[in-house]
Ligand binder design. Structure first.
Ligand code: MTE
Length: 330
């Protein structure tokens, strides 16, 4: 494989760490995405809005979702550190469809998230092709505070709003033969400059076992910080599986398929020796080119010890106790 085709993660850890300096630069604050400002204005209308403004809101593309927010926090999920400020994690993203740098927030505004269809297919008794606004009304939304640990050894904490993936699995009603769930990103090439890079195996895909998908922690997020999901985080709907490295948390999902074979995934197809199917967080299993023992907390720059399963072992360790001979932590 050509060394000139450097992928975003093919970096020494020292380079990723040095990027924390970026957050001290005033330029970052000056460059905040229009989406953040737009969302703040959208929520500022309150009850006393004029009829014209109310009509405008009715016609806003994400009015249905806005009407369901903010959702009540599920207090079960606790953090061991503060929330990452919204402006920081909303401006440091991995979304290769929009480029390989971390600063894709502005390019991601080119993604049209309405209309958006999510197809549920494969080995299910209830296949469906749902408009996102119809889909989101079917499930009870809640807020969860989750840690997020990128394979590149940085971490953030984020309040996601969404619903349990287990609820969608129940809705789909999988057949007994369905053993895996495959997810596909639906970003159209015409809206995504990063997809012009032809050696990536587009579309971005990911997969979980059906047991992982039914685990209480697996979450489909449609919002952050009590608001509609900003495009750069994977609007209108993305996965959050916080016990796994961040690349498993696929963004902008348009298809969820129930299958009987382990699905190919984007990063595994590119570099299976470095980015496997399981990708469970483990400080004792280094990435082939850097240690996973510590992580850089995105907002403070502090180096803190990484935890097995990213601290979620009580929820998920049992999923893996009978699996032998698999690279569970890569
Ligand atoms: N999903 C898609 N479709 N494209 C991507 O490039 N990057 C992954 C994951 N999901 C990615 C994706 C990686 S590497 C990480 S760490 C997280 O999204 C980053 O999520 P965030 O930008 O919301 O922090």
């Amino acid at each position: 494989m050509s060394v000139f085709r450097r992928r975003g993660w093919e970096i020494p850890e020292r380079r990723a760490t040095a990027e924390s300096v970026f957050f001290r630069r005033r330029a970052l604050l000056a460059g905040l995405g229009a989406g953040v400002v737009g969302a703040a204005a959208y929520y500022a209308f309150g009850d006393g809005m004029s009829p014209a403004a109310a009509q405008a809101q009715d016609q806003a593309p994400d009015a249905v979702l806005a009407g369901l927010l903010p959702a009540k926090r599920n207090e079960t999920f606790k953090l061991d550190r503060g929330l990452t400020p919204e402006k920081i994690n909303g401006n440091y993203n991995n979304f290769y469809e929009f480029g390989t740098s971390k600063y894709v927030a502005s390019a991601a505004q080119g993604l049209k998230t309405r209309p958006w269809t999510v197809k549920i297919d494969g080995l299910v008794n209830n296949p469906a092709e749902l408009d996102f606004d119809d889909l989101v009304k079917k499930f009870a939304l809640e807020e969860r505070l989750y840690r997020h640990r990128c394979v590149e050894a940085w971490s953030m904490t984020i309040p996601w709003t969404g619903f349990a993936l287990a609820d969608l699995v129940k809705f789909a009603d999988p057949k007994a033969e369905a053993t895996y769930v495959r997810f596909e990103t639906g970003v159209p090439k015409a809206e995504a400059p990063g997809m012009r890079v032809s050696w990536y195996p587009w579309p971005y895909t990911e997969g979980l076992t059906i047991a992982e998908a039914k685990n209480e922690l697996a979450f489909l997020a449609v919002g952050t910080y009590g608001k509609i999901m900003p495009n750069q985080h994977g609007a209108p709907i993305r996965l959050a599986v916080p016990w796994k490295y961040g690349f498993k948390s696929i963004k902008s999902i348009s298809r969820i398929s129930f299958v009987d074979k382990r699905p190919d995934t984007f990063w595994e197809a590119l570099q299976s020796s470095e980015y496997g199917f399981w990708a469970n967080v483990n400080p004792e299993v280094p990435h082939p080119r850097w240690s996973q023992a510590y992580e850089r907390v995105l907002d403070t720059g502090a180096q803190v010890p990484t935890q097995i399963y990213n601290g979620y072992g009580d929820y998920v360790a049992g999923l893996y106790k009978d699996i032998k001979g698999e690279a569970l932590f890569m």
